[in-house]
Design a binder for this molecule. Structure first.
Ligand code: LER
Ligand code: MN
Length: 270
């Protein structure tokens, strides 16, 4: 099992990023705790020095399995479903801007809240049409570079667009691109799915990335999810990608990161 943890390259408001602050110091600690990779939350690739990031990550023997884009929504309000065509175009451009770094690292590009919410005055069907068009365009730009995009079903309290796996799979079908799939997150699944294991099985080979947090969004082991059952089913689908920790920095970031990896590793230790 390859394990990563979300790390922001800049200060961010999103609370379920356990580690914020000095980048190199965090990368060193993550490697020392036994993680294999860092999932980077990047607001705007133009604000980061890709060579320097890669140098630091590689020097500590880590990989970058995924790039999170949600800060462009959280801090700048960019989205695929904004009524303003310039905002939609800027959101698409932002995703395309991530492609070169994703191509260098083999990371998937995550479409989380960058898809937006259905804004007042916009019908759900219109928002969905914009979403499909944007995903088709971004997938087409990414494909020649061997880069994959993932949409994350997100619970109803954060968005009104694509909350569960069934809706995610319908969207994958509609977009119709081989390099477009799903990111499943156990925190959202615990809210939206009737049986988490059944939904993982249904998503099958469309699962391109996987987030773990416990039922309370604390580190795995701090809530009531059965991670052995969940991960057994995930691996039975043939998934060999990263299991990536995205959880609250509670009781503090270091403790959460260390307890999370300890819990997941002991599930598969002899
Ligand atoms: C991001 O991966 C996520 O899970 C969302 O809750 C972002 O708001
Ligand atoms: Mn997530």
């Amino acid at each position: 099992m390859k394990l990563s943890i979300v790390l922001s390259t800049h200060p961010a408001q999103f609370q379920a990023v356990a580690l914020k602050g000095d980048f190199e110091a965090n990368v060193a600690r993550i490697a020392a705790w036994g993680y294999d990779g860092v999932e980077l939350a990047v607001r705007d690739p133009k604000l980061v020095d890709a060579d320097e990031l890669l140098r630091i990550v590689s020097a500590h023997g880590l990989e970058v399995p995924a790039i999170g884009t949600g800060q462009a929504w959280g801090e700048e309000g960019l989205s695929f479903t904004d009524p303003d065509p310039e905002v939609r175009a800027a959101a698409m451009q932002r995703v395309c801007d991530h492609v070169p770094f994703a191509a260098r690292t083999g990371a998937v590009i995550i479409i989380g809240l960058l898809r937006g919410i259905v804004k007042p005055g916009v019908g759900h069907d219109q928002a969905y049409t914009w979403l499909v068009e944007a995903l088709q365009r971004c997938s087409a730009v990414a494909a020649p570079h061997g880069v994959r995009l993932v949409l994350e079903p997100i619970n109803r309290y954060e968005t009104t667009l694509v909350n569960n796996v069934e809706q995610g799979l319908a969207l994958v079908e509609e977009v119709g691109a081989d390099n477009f799939g799903l990111l499943l997150d156990t925190f959202h699944m615990n809210i939206e799915e009737a049986v988490i294991e059944d939904s993982i099985r249904a998503a099958g080979d469309r699962i391109f990335h996987f987030h773990v947090a416990d039922s309370n969004r604390w580190y795995p082991g701090a809530g009531h999810l059965d991670f052995k059952a969940i991960l057994d089913i995930l691996f039975a689908t043939g998934y060999r990608g990263y299991v990536s920790g995205e959880f609250m920095p509670l009781p503090d970031a270091d403790t959460a990161a260390q307890r999370g990896i300890a819990h997941l590793r002991q599930l598969y230790s002899p």
